[in-house]
Design a protein around this ligand. Structure first.
Ligand code: AMP
Ligand code: ZN
Length: 218
């Protein structure tokens, strides 16, 4: 199973991608998490990525594509993956298609989690993430049982620098300009399915799992 989960920042991609991946026994590959890992480890790539991430801009395609293609070549991704946050430009989508074709593979489909802009802003502003396992929580929609710590592993919850209001605005603009065109791109390939992201998290999961299984079977 090879899936690209599409949706704006704050649409709930991370949460949903993680569930879909574990239910289907495939890898969850999140480009933002990969960059944050590099950042935490202080690598050259991490330092480069930070200069873009801090402004809500995209990291250049060449380094991003290289990082993600390497990641999906790792053993745990050979049986499939859910891509989350990648591709984010038409150039990245093309590069992924070329790599897949070269390996005689194809994407099964690209579900799009749809959420209105106002709701996205609200969600991003209230988002808290576990330092240990990256699980996202939300002040209003998905609180942790104990304030400030993760339900799964007790890890410390923190707010991402790029979830601040000014950066959020710029990330949403970047999404509209550079990433939204992927909806047409994948619709043109007949791979797009739309899922309403403004429902209970569990209902979104059910709809997504259904969409994914119909894609994988077709
Ligand atoms: P995310 O966690 O997906 O919201 O990503 C956080 C930040 O990492 C983004 O705002 C970008 O600066 C960078 N980033 C993540 N994925 C990509 C990508 N596919 N292409 C370029 N930049 C990315
Ligand atoms: Zn955790």
């Amino acid at each position: 199973m090879r899936i690209v989960l599409l949706g704006a920042p704050g649409a709930g991609k991370g949460t949903q991608a993680s569930v879909i991946a574990s239910r289907n026994g495939v890898a969850h590959v999140a480009s933002g998490d990969l960059f944050r890992k590099h950042l935490g480890e202080g690598t050259e790539l991490g330092k480069l990525a930070k200069t873009f991430m801090d402004k809500g801009d995209l990291v250049p395609d060449d380094v991003t594509v290289k990082m993600v293609l390497e990641r999906i070549g790792e053993p745990d991704a050979l049986g499939g993956y859910v891509l989350d946050g990648f591709p984010r430009t038409v150039a990245q989508a093309n590069a992924l298609d070329v790599a897949l074709r070269g390996a005689n593979q194809a994407l099964d489909g690209t579900p799009l989690v749809e959420v209105g802009t106002e709701e996205l802003v609200r969600r991003l502003a209230g988002r808290w993430i576990c330092r240990t396992c990256q699980t996202p929580y939300n002040e209003t929609t998905a609180r942790s049982k104990q304030a400030g710590s993760c339900d799964k592993d007790g890890g410390e919850l923190y707010q991402r620098d790029d979830d601040k209001a000014e950066v959020v605005r710029s990330r949403l603009e970047t999404y509209e300009k550079l990433t939204a065109p992927l909806v047409d791109y994948y619709e043109g390939q007949g791979k797009l399915v739309r899922v309403n992201g403004q429902q209970d998290v569990e209902k979104v999961t059910v709809d997504l799992l259904e969409a994914v299984s119909s894609l994988v079977m077709s």
